[in-house]
Ligand binder design. Structure first.
Ligand SMILES: Nc1nc2c(ncn2[C@@H]2O[C@H](COP(=O)(O)OP(=O)(O)O)[C@@H](O)[C@H]2O)c(=O)[nH]1
Ligand SMILES: [Mg+2]
Length: 255
């Protein structure tokens, strides 16, 4: 069972009842989900999740949006745990798999923070609070481990966090849009009735002389139709191109 009820449809008392119901039945696996929901209800947070294949550019994109270098970016798989970024007085909470959580009253040096983000073996989740002018209060940005068929552990970590998510941005590398792994994951999101958007990143890899942007867009739409996937919108972006270069590609070479 996955808890899919939206936080508006369920109140704290119902969650408490549910918690005791499963606790009495010794159904441990649902208790963490219920506690996460409870924490979310109390904080009245909106969770915006970024997920997608390894190295699609999720962390780069979040860093870019926040104008901060909080997350490790690397061509080799990184962000092996869930990292939540929230507006607030600077502090970092580190939740471990097998020991008590710790609270840091200031941000550690970035290298140390990035190391914690990569440590999927010991660290389950990191919450980073910082005053950031581009992040409204009450919004949590979630960076998740990559979705990859060969690494089931990371996939499970991501999926276990999905019950908390209000909106999902699925990031794809320009060269991986046909991947079956993407389809399987998005179908699951679809079945949970979560709104989701697709971001095609790394558009700098597009070569108009190989395939026109219009043809690329049409082939993508065909793939989504075949998979029966209906994102609310598809965005095209690149972390390496200027706004002008991207607009030139998306608008003017389209016809
Ligand atoms: N060519 C290109 N490389 C990118 C782009 N965005 C990110 N990268 C690179 O792709 C690699 C993976 O990025 P990262 O953000 O760590 O991916 P994540 O695993 O999805 O979080 C890094 O080396 C980034 O510098 C892009 O738009 N174009
Ligand atoms: Mg990452």
């Amino acid at each position: 069972m996955m808890l899919t009820t939206s936080n508006k449809a369920i109140d704290k008392q119902q969650l408490a009842d549910l918690y005791h119901f499963y606790k009495d039945k010794n159904e441990e696996k649902y208790l963490t989900q219920i506690l996460d929901y409870y924490a979310k209800l109390k904080q009245d947070m909106i969770h915006i999740c970024f997920s997608g294949h390894f190295s699609a550019g999720k962390s780069t994109l979040i860093n870019h949006l926040m104008k901060e270098n909080l997350l490790p970016q690397s061509p080799i798989p990184t962000s092996a745990n869930i990292v939540e970024i929230k507006q607030g007085i600077e502090q970092v909470l580190v939740h471990f798999n097998h020991q008590e959580a710790i609270k840091m009253k200031t941000l550690p040096p970035l290298e140390q923070l990035h190391q914690l983000c990569r440590d999927g073996d010991q660290v389950k989740k990191i919450e980073i609070y910082k005053n950031m002018e581009d992040l409204p209060a009450g919004v949590t940005l979630m960076d998740t481990p990559g979705i990859d068929a060969v690494n089931d552990a990371d996939r499970l970590i991501t999926e276990s966090a999905l019950h908390q998510v209000d909106v999902l941005f699925y990031v794809m590398d320009y060269n991986h849009v046909q991947s079956e792994v993407n389809a399987t994951f998005l179908k699951e999101i679809d079945s949970m009735h979560k709104p989701y958007y697709v971001i095609i990143n790394q558009m700098d890899k597009h070569d108009e002389s190989e395939i026109s942007f219009t043809a690329f867009q049409e082939s993508l739409e065909t793939v989504f139709r075949q998979w029966n996937i209906q994102p609310k919108r598809v965005f095209y972006t690149s972390m390496l191109m200027s706004r002008m270069e991207l607009m030139n590609l998306l608008l003017f070479k389209r016809v």
